[in-house]
Design a protein around this ligand. Structure first.
Ligand SMILES: [Fe+2]
Ligand SMILES: [Fe+2]
Length: 398
């Protein structure tokens, strides 16, 4: 018989979808049998009452709750901010201690001892993920969703000369690669965040949807224009570093503030890089979405540092993380598979790649300058320690 296997490794059992082994199934059964007392008691009481033919109606009692205080919509409709104004609902705890799905503000205290604990909720400190703009950004994200199938005039996509088409498709391949991690990172932390931080969870869900759409639109653009081109190891290490970040704030710094900040700068140059109206429209729409993610990253870091009880140590810790993070991000943003196509697009043709590199040199200064400004806005003075060179790191004369 097989050794017992932790449930968490079930997905690794085989390369194909398969049945569980006896040991895996037994492991799951045992984990629920262990808590049998807790949930079987509830089940028993309910069955017994149903047999007696009586109702509980305990849910009509309002003691310990916030019943009767009605939320009023504001000019925008009924936002989280509006309902958080109602006493009893808007207190976002500094430390979450509800690790199940009971809604904040509901009558839940009497049931605490009978509720399960979800072990995966590990982000228990509000200031590991809170940002003062998170509710506004959530509203904006919902209002600005778009559809990569219908909102882009795909039938107007003009064929480009081969060098520009290949450059565009390579850039789209890079962006597709990046958008995957941009979705997986918030997904990883969304899943670890307790329900009491529901406003942040809601915002992260929009970020996930945004990134799914970005991955979709760049994939479609490449395949509609010629095809996906080369994957790139330099990007892959940066993307892995983002996913492996030891805390939510560190990963958010690396993804939202630095990585997406650089992507935002690329999108902002869309007028120069995009060679068709369709491409301009794609960049413009992605720019709006990306600006929200960057904005969350800046204010999340700001709140983290401003509220940290050991601010100096937190800043130093972040500097040490950034020392590595900047270098890994640099390994992505110096990749030939990114830099060269952008230079071809800026120059206007493969022949003009040198001219394009000059343009890229100017853009690079702007990119890094903007990154350092974002750090400063977050209260993180990175300029004296920044390990990314201000000038073109690949040594082409500007
Ligand atoms: Fe994105
Ligand atoms: Fe993003």
């Amino acid at each position: 018989m097989n050794e017992p296997v932790p449930a968490a490794t079930i997905g690794l059992a085989g390369a194909r979808a398969s049945l569980l082994t006896e040991a895996q199934l037994a492991h799951y059964e045992a984990s629920y049998r262990k808590d049998y007392q807790a949930w079987a008691e509830v089940l028993g009481e309910n069955i017994e009452r149903i047999r007696r033919g009586s109702f509980s109606l305990h849910w009509l009692k309002t003691d310990g709750g916030n019943w009767g205080k009605r939320a009023k919509p504001s000019s925008r409709g009924l936002t989280y901010t509006d309902i958080n104004r109602v006493r009893g609902y808007g207190d976002i705890p500094e430390h979450a201690d509800w690790f199940n799905f009971a809604p904040r503000g509901s009558i839940r205290e009497p049931y605490r001892a009978r509720m399960p604990v979800v072990d995966d909720y590990t982000v228990t400190a509000r200031d590991e993920l809170w940002a003062d703009n998170v509710i506004t950004l959530y509203e904006e994200a919902k209002a600005r969703q778009w559809n990569a199938t219908k909102d882009i005039a795909w039938d107007e996509l003009e064929p480009l000369p081969e060098d520009l088409e290949k450059a565009t498709c390579q850039l789209c391949t890079f962006l597709t690669e990046v958008e995957f991690v941009a979705g997986d990172f918030p997904a990883k932390w969304l899943y670890r965040t307790p329900q009491d931080f529901l406003e942040v969870k809601s915002f992260l869900a929009t970020q996930l949807m945004d990134e799914a759409r970005h991955q979709e639109v760049f994939r479609k653009r490449a395949i509609a224009g010629g095809g996906l081109l080369h994957a790139s190891p330099g990007f892959e290490w940066a993307l892995k570093a983002i996913l492996d970040a030891p805390s939510h704030t560190m990963g958010t710094f690396l993804l939202n503030l630095l990585g997406e900040g650089l992507v935002l700068s690329v999108f902002r140059s869309g007028e120069m890089i995009a060679k068709t109206q369709v491409d301009k429209e794609i960049f413009r729409r992605c720019l709006q979405d990306e600006a929200r993610h960057v904005s969350y990253g800046v204010l999340e870091l700001k709140n983290y540092l401003a509220t940290h009880p050991e601010r100096e140590r937190a800043v130093e810790e972040l500097h040490r993380f950034a020392d590595i993070g900047e270098q890994v991000i640099l390994s992505a943003f110096t990749e030939a598979a990114l830099v060269e196509p952008v230079a071809v697009l800026l120059g206007g043709s493969l022949k003009q790649i040198d001219k394009g590199m000059e343009g890229l040199g100017h853009m690079w200064r702007m990119f890094i300058g903007e990154y350092l400004q974002r750090c400063t806005a977050a209260g993180f003075d990175r300029a004296p320690r920044c390990t990314i060179p201000l000038d073109l790191p690949w040594g082409v004369a500007a």
